[in-house]
Structure formats: C-alpha cells, structure tokens
Design a protein around this ligand. Structure first.
Ligand SMILES: [Zn+2]
Ligand SMILES: [Zn+2]
Length: 179
C-alpha cells in the first residue's frame, strides 16, 4: 500500500504541498487493458478551512486490443481528480486516516473512473466484417451488405429506447414482430 504521511504538513504553517510518486504496481482495472509501469502520479494538497483539497494528476499509457478490430491499440492520456477530504479521524471516505493519505485508494478511483472500457486502434477504425471476420481496415471483403428496411430500423430504435428487449430481439431476428 502506498500512503503519504501528512502529519508534518498538517501541523506545519504551510498551506500547500506537493508530492510525486512512482507507481510500480497496479491491480487490473479492466480485462485486457494493461497500464505501463512505472508511471508518475503527482499529488497537490492545499489546506482549506475544515478539510484539505487533494488533486491527483497522472499520465497513463496502456496497451490493449482494439475493441473493433482486435489489433494492438495504445492508449495515452492524462487524468486528474480532485477531492475535499476532512482531516478528522472520522473521515467517511477513509482517504486520510491518522494523517496518512491513502494514495492507492485515490489512484484506484481515478483510474477506475477514467480508463475507457472501449479502446480503439484509431478513431475511424472500420472493425471486422460480421460475416467473414476480415479486418476492413485492410480493404473491403466480398460479403454483400445487408439491406434493411429503414422503417424497421426506426422501429428497432424506438424499442431500444423503451427497453423492450424481447420485442427488439424479435425485430432483429425476424425483421418484424408478431401481431
Ligand atoms: Zn481497430
Ligand atoms: Zn465479409
């Protein structure tokens, strides 16, 4: 567990302080996304009246597979989170206990909220053909495109919006619903 001892800072006359921590170990947040280690987390702390304001920033690079075409995809992004944390012993979210700041918990929350569940090799990735599985980024396949009645598509969307799953599946399967 990575924790920062804030006791010295809390008892001092300083209003602001800053830390940099190198993260060398991480739990797996989402299957198939592996964050490159180590990476640096920056923590800025400022005293307010009855709490401290904590800002965590980090630059994350992660390896994954494209959600559309399954080719390797690289994620590179900066994340920032901010908390107002009471410094009393009864801090409800438990980020500061006995003057120790739980950096792991802050980082967990930041990554869990910010890491995307869908990563693409590039924004305009064309993905795989649903029929033959060919990667369409390398060119078209010879499968014929399915034609769908636009009225049925509108109806399917209506059902989707109204969470009518059973009827929606029926429409997708048969192109119509039973009367
Ligand atoms: Zn892709
Ligand atoms: Zn195809």
């Amino acid at each position: 567990m990575q924790a920062l001892d804030l006791n010295g800072f809390l008892q001092s006359n300083n209003n602001k302080t800053e830390f940099e921590i190198s993260v060398r170990d991480l739990p797996e947040y989402f299957p198939g996304i592996s964050v490159r280690l180590p990476f640096t987390v920056r923590i800025q702390i400022e005293k307010k009246e009855r709490f401290v304001s904590v800002i965590l920033t980090c630059d994350v690079t992660a390896d994954s597979l494209c959600s559309r075409c399954a080719e390797p995809a690289l994620l590179s992004d900066s994340y920032a989170s901010e908390w107002d944390i009471e410094t009393t012993d009864s801090d409800e979210n438990g980020f500061i206990l006995n003057g120790m700041l739980d950096v792991d918990a802050l980082l967990d929350e930041t990554l869990y909220v910010n890491l995307p569940s869908v990563i693409l090799c590039r924004e305009e990735c064309l993905g795989l053909c649903h029929k033959c599985g060919k990667n369409l980024n390398y060119g078209k396949c010879s499968c014929k495109e399915e034609r769908r009645d636009p009225r049925m598509l509108a109806f399917a969307k209506y059902l989707e919006n109204n969470n009518n799953d059973t009827a929606l599946k029926e429409v997708q399967k048969n192109g119509c619903t039973k009367a």
